[in-house]
Unconditional design. Sequence first.
Length: 181
Amino acid sequence: MSSVIYYAPLIGLLLWAAMVDMRARRVPNWISFGLAFSGIMLSLLPWGHITVSQAALGLLVGFALPFALYLMGAVGAGDVKLVAGVGAWIGPLPVLFAFACAAVVGMFLAIGMSIQQGRVREVLRNSLLLGASVAGGSVGAMARPVPVTGASSRQRTLPFAVAIASATIVVVVSLRVFAAK
C-alpha cells in the first residue's frame, strides 16, 4: 500500500486537531482516541507499517513523553493524548523524534506569540524555569511560573497540536524518504 494513502488519515486528523486547537485551544478526545485505536488496529493488518508491539510501545512512549510536561503545566491533557495516538501510528522511536521536533516548533511558536503579545520577559523566565526543572529531574517541583498579565487564557495557551502535527508530518515524510533509499 502506498505510504501516501497509508498515512493520509493520520495527517488529516492531525491537521484537524491543529485547526481546532488554534481556534478553541483544545484537542477533541475523538481525534486522539481515534488515532490511538486506528493505529493499533492498522498494525494488525498485513500491510501495516509497524507491528502490534511497536504500536503499543509507541502509544506508551507517546503518552510518557508529554506527560512529564503536563505535570508541570507546560502542555494540556489533549496534547498528551494526541502524541500517544501518533505513537500508535508510527511507533516508539519515530514518536520520540516527532516529539523532539514538536518541542522545537513549539518553542518557535511560543516566541512568536510572546513577541506578538508583548510578554517576552515572562515567557523567557517561565521557559528557563521549565528547562531547569526538566534538566534537574524535578518534574513536579517546578518553581512558580510568573503569571502572565493582560492576556486572556486563549492568548496565554500555546496551540501545541500545531507543533505536533507539523513535526509528525516531517518525521513521517523523512521515514518514507529514507526508507525508499
